[in-house]
Every structure is written in C-alpha cells, then in structure tokens.
Design a protein around this ligand. Structure first.
Ligand code: ADP
Ligand code: ZN
Ligand code: MG
Length: 485
C-alpha cells in the first residue's frame, strides 16, 4: 500500500446561512420555499442606484458564531466587492469581506482516535448569498433556464479552517461538530438539503514527514457529511495515485459526482476567477464596540462541551450519556427540566433513560422534535418519580408511559385508575408463589433436583400471576425461600 507513505492535509470552507428574518442588505424576507422572485427588491436584484444597508442582527449572529469558535472579533471590518459574472449574480459582484473580516484566529477541538484534534479557524467573514439558477427540460428545443433571486442577498458567514485536518473522517467530524455548534447557538438551521449549510473541502497530500504542503485541489459544494467524507477519501486516493505514477497534482476546482463515486475536474488554476476585490464604496466599515461583544457573549447559551462537562459533574452521568444529551440543546434542556420537575425524588439516571429511550423512540415514531413533544418534561417527571420510588416495575412503567403519552395525565393518575401499583406486600407475594408452586410440580422438582435454570421459569410464572405488578426483587427473594424451605 503506497497510501501509508503519504499524509493527507485538509482545510474546510463552510458557508452557513444566518437565521435572520430579513436579508443582509435589504428588508426582503429570507423565508425558504416561497414562489420564485417574490422576495426581491431593487437592492437584492442589483438595480442601479439601490443602496445596501447592513442588517444589524446578521452582525450579531456572526459575532456569536465567532465567539463560540474562540475567534477574536475585530473592532473594525470592511466589506469588499468580489467581481465575477454569473446569471444568478445580478450586480456582477458579490458583497463579501476579504482583507478585514469580522473575526479571526479561533479553534475547534474534538476527540479523535483517543486524542484531541485541534483545528484552527483562520477567519469568519460575512457575505451575501447569490440567487439560484434553475435548469429545466432535457431536449434542446424546450430547454429553459430560470433565475430565482429569493436567495440573493441572504446573509451568510464563511468559516475558513486552517489546513489542520489529516483524514476524511476527521473532516466529516469537524463539519458535524461545527454544524452542531451553529444550530445550538440558533444562528443557522443546519439544513443541508435546503443549502443553509454548505462545505468546500481543500485537500492535498504529501510524503509523511514532509513539512511543506502539497498542491491542493478544492472540492466544491459538499452538502452532507457522508458526501464530504466520500469525496475526500476518493480525492486523497486519486492524488496519491497521481504522485505514485510520477505525475503532479494540479491546482484546480473539482466537483463530487455522487452517482459515479468520484471527483471530476471543474476548472483549473488558469481558468480560475480573478475577482478584482476592492472595498465596497456603498457601505461604511463595520465597527463593533467592545461593549456590544460583551453583551452578546453574556447572552450566549452554555456551549455543548461546557454543558456536557456540567451534566457529568452535576448529575453524575457517564461521559457517553452526557454526550448523547448535548447532541441537541432542546434534548439537554428537556432532560434538565425533567430532573428539576421531579426533584428530589426523580434520579437523573432514570430521567436520562426515559428521555433518550422511550420518549425519543415515540417522538421519532410520530415525527415530532422534542421541542414539540406532546409529553412535557413535567409530565414525564411524574413517571420518573413513580419508577424511582419503586411504586411500579419496569414493564408496568412502559405501559404507564404509553397511556400518559398524548393524554396529558400524570403517572400516578394512571397507576391509581388502572390498579397498576407494584405489589410489595409479602403476604400477597407469598400467596401467589404458593399458587404457582402447587401448579408447577415438574419445574419445582427439577429445581430441587439441582436444575437451577427452572428458577427463571418459576419467576416468570409468579410475575404472570401478578399481572406484571409484583416487585421483581421481592419475588426473587421469596421464591428462593419457598423453594429452599
Ligand atoms: P485560496 O487562496 O486558494 O482560497 P487559502 O489559503 O485561502 O487558499 O485557503 C483556503 C482553504 O484551503 C483553507 O481552508 C486552507 O486551510 C486550505 N488550504 C490551503 N492550502 C492547503 C493545502 N496545501 N492543502 C490543503 N488545504 C489547504
Ligand atoms: Zn431585497
Ligand atoms: Mg482563500
């Protein structure tokens, strides 16, 4: 395998749409899915003389993302014109930040193969999105192209990483962690199918141990974690083959062809655009006062890593369980609300089991997110209390949960109404055991003759006789006593 002699070097450029209600330089709506060209005005279709005005919330969101990535927010940044011709770009230039971006110099760290991978963030800059070309028809005669400018002027941030990634899997993990942070903050909806989050991957290979970077290729527009990983795996192998055959990797832009499972060349360095950047004369510099940064920082939610550490410390959860809970802020919130509502009788462990187990399964079944759960955290807490106090057994709890879900009733209401309370009473359990032993002389004889596997069978019979309500621990103890008597 020649691959082992080479090392891959990867840097990502991620575009994230900011969740503002209106566009970055005009008041048009950013809502997705409207009829084509209904969210447009002279500014975002680039009519001569129309002047852009910067959306303040877009800047606030960009600052939040930058702070979450540990970047330094610049007190002064500027917009520039990035000139190129394309039908979906009505002005003939995109307003973007170039030389002086809103933020620089952060990092995102995550565990990988037992180590911590730290990936530098070079910069975060703001820009406007372009419109969208729509191609229709397959036969020349009725082939049509359309342009929809609803997306033109939607606010984006571009997050550029340092070339610190070393494998396709780490790149996918980095992108996934980045998405989680942006969604957690509420600055991006994480929707890659709708194009709210897109990734370009830059990749090169070099002989292991060589310090200088190899020539990179850029793979454009990867809109899923899987495509990113597959495209990089393919591209790394392709570049290694080129070098192993005595060739040289050329600097170019490539596209991922998902159907063919390979990357294909889109344009070479010679054909690359010369964007002729220059400062945007219609917009003043973006000046961010220290007090504004402090205010935004203070209002930011606790971030996933910090939240995970706190969940472990505060609730004695395992690293694994805490990690699961912080995959979504809404899930972590729901869990904590359940524990709080059930305090002091509900345990965090049981609350975690039910939030991540039965509740998650049920929400998945009805296709609802946890924020729209028909069962509130307060309602679930009533069930956790009954379980932790030993009032109901595990299988009965499942039944009670089913009856609670969507009914708005508390666990104790259902337990009382249906007579589901656990039987702990010794006399009652002993009576059930006596019945079962009398009716199962065969297995009883087996057990007494040394065949201990008959015990489980008899436990099952007693539980059945108790309609599942007997305290299993008590049944075990009392059955053993009866058999050994
Ligand atoms: P360009 O000028 O072509 O846009 P940049 O230096 O701005 O290149 O880098 C763009 C992205 O490519 C960044 O994410 C950076 O980390 C990454 N990158 C730069 N050089 C390399 C390389 N040799 N191999 C892999 N990635 C690279
Ligand atoms: Zn507009
Ligand atoms: Mg660049």
């Amino acid at each position: 395998m020649q691959g082992a002699a080479f090392e891959a070097v990867i840097g990502l450029e991620v575009h994230a749409q900011l969740l503002t209600a209106s566009k970055i330089f005009c008041g048009c709506s950013t809502a997705f899915g409207a009829a084509p060209n209904t969210h447009i005005c002279p500014v975002c279709i680039g009519l001569p003389g129309a002047l852009p005005v910067l959306n303040r919330s877009a800047v606030d969101y960009a600052i939040q993302a930058a702070l979450a990535l540990g970047c330094a927010v610049q007190p002064r940044s500027i917009f520039a014109r990035k000139n190129y011709f394309y039908p979906d770009l009505p002005k003939g230039y995109q307003i973007s930040q170039y030389e002086l971006p809103i933020a620089t110099g952060g990092a995102l760290a995550f565990p990988s193969g037992g180590e911590t991978r730290r990936v530098g963030i070079t910069r975060v800059h703001m820009e406007e999105d372009a419109g969208k070309s729509v191609h229709d028809g397959f036969v020349d005669a009725d082939r049509r192209s359309y342009v929809d400018f609803n997306r033109s002027g939607v606010p984006l941030i571009e997050i550029v990483s340092e070339p610190d990634l070393r494998s396709a899997a780490d790149a996918a993990e980095f992108f996934s962690r980045l998405r989680a942070i942006l969604v957690w903050l509420g600055v991006n909806d994480g929707n890659m199918e709708e194009g709210s989050l897109r990734c370009d991957a830059n990749v090169s290979v070099r002989p292991r141990g060589q310090a200088a970077l190899g020539t990179k290729a850029e793979v454009k527009n990867l809109n899923s974690f899987r495509f990113l990983q597959k495209a990089l795996e393919h591209e790394i192998a392709r570049q290694i083959d080129v070098i192993a055959e005595g060739g040289r990797v050329v600097q170019e832009t490539r596209l991922w062809d998902a159907a063919a499972g390979r990357t294909v060349s889109m344009r070479s360095k010679e054909e690359a655009h010369d964007y002729r950047y220059f400062p945007e004369p219609d917009l003043p510099a973006v000046v961010v006062a220290a007090a504004r940064i402090d205010r935004i920082r203070a209002a930011m939610p606790e971030l996933p890593d910090a939240r995970r550490a706190r969940l472990i410390a505060q609730y004695a959860l395992s690293d694994y369980h805490a990690g699961q809970l912080v995959q979504s802020r809404a899930v972590a919130d729901y869990f904590e609300a359940t524990v709080k509502a059930g305090a002091p009788r509900a345990t965090a462990q049981t609350a975690n089991n039910w939030v991540m187990g039965a509740l998650a399964a049920k929400l998945n079944e009805i296709g609802a997110g946890i924020a729209a759960s028909p069962m509130s955290a307060e309602q679930l807490a009533t069930l956790v209390i009954e379980i932790d106090s030993g009032a109901i057994s595990g299988p009965i709890a499942k039944d009670v949960f089913e009856k609670m879900f969507g009914s708005g009733r508390t666990a104790s209401e259902i337990i009382a109404a249906e007579g589901l309370a656990q039987i702990d009473d010794e006399a009652q359990i002993v009576a059930l055991i006596a019945e079962v032993l009398a009716a199962n002389s065969g297995p009883v004889g087996d057990y007494r003759g040394g065949k201990t596997s008959a015990f489980g069978f008899l436990v099952g019979k007693v539980m059945k006789a108790a309609a599942g309500k007997a305290n299993p621990k008590r049944v075990n103890e009392l059955l053993k006593r009866a058999l050994e008597a």
